[in-house]
Ligand binder design. Structure first.
Ligand code: NDP
Length: 402
């Protein structure tokens, strides 16, 4: 019987709550806390309707360590699943340490005033979590998350050494809006407008954003898409935990339409993160833009098509080179039918539930701060098949995105 607290009542929070409520023998008592309690209550109503499970809600400002620690001490959950924004990671980790609660998230810390996400700040909590006998599991979404586990699973079962990694994230879905983002607009735009960095020969190499493009044909008839190389946070931890990697790259699909809108918005200053003074009030352009864009949690009923996200690994087995591809295909409309969400929130929320399940079941529980690829991938991969994200592995004859 395990009590958990989920923080953040957005698109991803909705899926995590729904999926945890479906596993009531693992998560017996669920509290959803967020800055706007009204949003928690709406999710709670929908969970009750779908699963018959009652979840409790609370209002909390997770930027305030004392306020959150007080709520955690009052409720005394086994763990927190953090699906608020990356800005809250450190304050939530501090509150967990103060209250003696395990921690898990899906995105690494990013300071509000600098668009630069890095594991450095969270890795610095290693000693504190170890001394407190608590686990912090970092990056249990899809990417980071499932893609790291795919890489670890391929390494464990198919290779002696892995040398090249390409993570490919294709969203073949269409929501019908001229421009919208599939998860929090501010975080999404900060991510895709950042300079590209990829791992090559022992260091990160920087290139301009969106400067490298390739065509990729997804398996199982999902289609052919233009993908662009960009920086993604899992490259940082995978380069550390798989030191034989000579090259690691991350690719994401974007439509011409999305990129054109982004270019224009960037050119006119709407993606800026520095405050500007307007009529005596400070406004951060990207935050104002996020307010104007469709809320990602409302895209579900409009989105059709599939996602295809996976890891291609090249390496050696018994002295021979081989290339293996592990991927997962998810249908936007099927996700909506199950949990009233599009597939981006779904593919993030399901691995978050599974990561928490690994911790609750004691399979992934040891004191310290860990990235997801540091644990045994097998039970997580089994659960992906059981809880809505079935995957496949194929051997590729050739693979070249250059
Ligand atoms: P949303 O913006 O939809 O939801 C974020 C939620 O967090 C909102 O309910 C918001 O409350 C709440 N929140 C924000 N600040 C605070 C605070 N100070 N205290 C308490 N609650 C707060 O985002 P998403 O659901 O799209 O994304 C959630 C997380 O998932 C993000 O960190 C994102 O980076 C990550 N993610 C990870 C992916 C992966 O594959 N690893 C993929 C997609 C997302 P309010 O409504 O009041 O603003």
């Amino acid at each position: 019987m395990t009590k958990i607290m989920i923080i953040g009542a957005g698109g991803v929070g909705n899926v995590v709550v729904q999926k945890c409520a479906q596993q009531s023998s693992v998560f017996s008592d669920i509290i959803l806390a967020s800055r706007t309690e009204e949003k928690c209550k709406k999710i709670a109503e929908s969970v009750k309707e779908k699963t018959g499970v009652e979840i409790r809600t609370a209002q909390v400002n997770a930027d305030n360590v004392a306020e959150l620690a007080a709520l955690l001490k009052k409720e005394n959950p086994f763990m927190v699943i953090n699906v608020a924004l990356p800005y809250q990671d450190l304050t939530i980790m501090d509150a967990c340490l103060e209250a003696g609660v395990h921690y898990m998230d899906t995105a690494n810390y990013e300071p509000l005033d600098t668009a630069k996400f890095e594991y450095k700040w969270q890795w610095e909590y290693q000693d504190k979590f170890e001394k407190a006998g608590l686990t912090a599991l970092l990056g249990s979404g899809f990417d980071p998350g499932a893609t790291n586990v795919f890489t670890a699973y391929l390494k464990k079962h198919y290779f002696d050494e892995i040398h090249e990694l390409d993570i490919i994230d294709v969203n073949g879905g269409n929501h019908g809006y001229p421009f919208a983002t599939n998860f929090n607009p501010e975080i999404n735009i900060r991510e895709v407008t950042a300079e590209c960095r990829h791992w090559e020969d022992g260091k990160f190499v920087t290139t301009p954003a969106m400067s490298k493009k390739a065509d990729f044909t997804c398996p199982d008839g999902v289609g052919t898409f233009s993908i662009y190389r960009m920086y993604h946070e899992e490259l940082e931890s995978l380069a550390v935990h798989f030191p034989n990697l000579k090259r690691a790259q991350f690719w994401m699909s974007f439509s011409e339409n999305y990129l054109k809108h982004l270019e224009v918005l960037g050119n006119v200053g709407m993606t800026g993160i520095e405050p500007v003074l307007y009529n005596g009030q400070e406004i951060v352009p990207i935050q104002f833009l996020a307010k104007l864009l469709p809320d990602p949690s409302t895209l579900g009923p409009r989105t059709k098509g599939k996602t295809c996200i996976g890891s291609v690994v090249r390496g050696l087995k018994d002295g021979k080179e081989k290339i293996m591809y592990c991927y997962q295909i998810c249908d936007h409309e099927a996700c909506y039918a199950e949990v009233k969400s599009q597939a981006i929130s779904y593919t993030t929320g399901v691995p978050a539930m599974i990561g928490a399940k690994m911790m609750v079941e004691g399979k992934w529980l040891k004191p310290g701060v860990f990235n997801i690829e540091q644990f045994d991938p097998d039970p997580f991969m089994d659960d992906m098949n059981s809880y809505g994200l079935p995957w496949k592995i194929v051997e590729l004859e050739e693979f070249d995105l250059d």
